[in-house]
Design a protein around this ligand. Structure first.
Ligand SMILES: Nc1ncnc2c1ncn2[C@@H]1O[C@H](COP(=O)(O)OP(=O)(O)OP(=O)(O)O)[C@@H](O)[C@H]1O
Ligand SMILES: [Mg+2]
Length: 251
């Protein structure tokens, strides 16, 4: 049975698609190595996109167009909630699900507990269906503050009531900006009592460019910055697996 990890934050542009694709690339490298590139070998890893914008599907297409292999299966499932409900039967070890940012609430609606923050409509249905089968959730959060309220809704109104284990991952932090923003964000997360990954995904141009020039973090050119950029996803994968062990023991 596959382990299903959903990358979720109602705020757009926090790095959900980037994390989904590059975490999958690292897992594929670890689990399948060169075999992932061979014909006829079923990949251990899948990326499922329920985002109508399909950024992760496009990223994978760009990689193929650049003549490089995509070492995981890519499934565009933005219109098929039935397919999502059957995901547990899929042939894969790990499934990473990329989701869209979802419906903004007005500030009054934020506090109205009777409203489902996932909203109605196709996106809401797809999100509900995927959260029903999710083993855990990664919540990307940028260190600059504006994503804090949407993240609170994501965690406290969507994940905690469903008792889905989750961890906040600080993403897109540029060490050249100093540690103040990151430390402030870590403190906010601590004060709310949210679960947080120690692994941080730093800002690297390689990540932003990877989408346009068709590279996964396992395929960046070999130089110091690229190695560090990839390393963040390796650390994230390792911490994710340690959490998986812990979550599975609890169950
Ligand atoms: N760590 C990072 N380093 C460099 N660029 C980053 C990083 N994280 C995100 N970005 C860039 O920020 C932009 C938004 O990222 P991404 O598309 O992954 O966000 P998203 O949460 O999936 O957005 P949406 O809600 O619209 O689907 C992209 O151009 C991406 O390359
Ligand atoms: Mg996206």
């Amino acid at each position: 049975m596959p382990y299903i990890t959903v990358v979720l934050n109602r705020k757009g542009g926090v790095g959900k698609s980037l994390i989904a694709v590059n975490l999958a690339a690292v897992y594929a490298e670890i689990l399948d190595g060169e075999a992932a590139e061979a014909e006829g070998v079923a990949p251990s890893v899948a990326v499922v996109s329920i985002d109508p914008q399909a950024t992760s599907v496009e990223h994978a297409e760009k990689v193929r167009q650049a003549g490089r292999p995509v070492p995981f299966r890519v499934v565009n499932a933005s219109h098929t909630t039935d397919q999502l409900r059957r995901l547990r039967r899929a042939k894969a070890d790990i499934i990473i699900v990329d989701t869209p940012g979802f419906m903004p609430l007005t500030s009054e609606d934020e506090t109205d507990e009777s409203l489902d923050p996932l909203g109605d409509g196709t996106t809401g249905d797809a999100l509900r269906a995927i959260l029903d089968v999710a083993d855990d959730v990664i919540v990307p959060l940028e260190a600059e503050g504006s994503a804090f309220t949407p993240t609170r809704v994501t965690i406290e109104r969507v994940l905690v009531p469903r008792q889905i284990p989750y961890g906040v991952v600080i993403n897109n932090w540029d060490p050249r900006d100093g540690t103040a923003d990151r430390d402030r964000t870590i403190n906010l997360v601590k004060r709310r009592g949210w679960d947080r990954y120690n692994a941080t995904v730093r800002h690297y141009k390689q990540h932003t460019r990877g989408i346009t020039n068709g590279r996964l973090c396992t395929q960046y050119e070999s130089n110091h910055a690229s190695t560090k950029a990839k390393q963040d996803f390796v650390s994230l994968a390792l911490e994710h697996q340690l959490r998986r062990q812990k979550y599975t023991e609890v169950r």
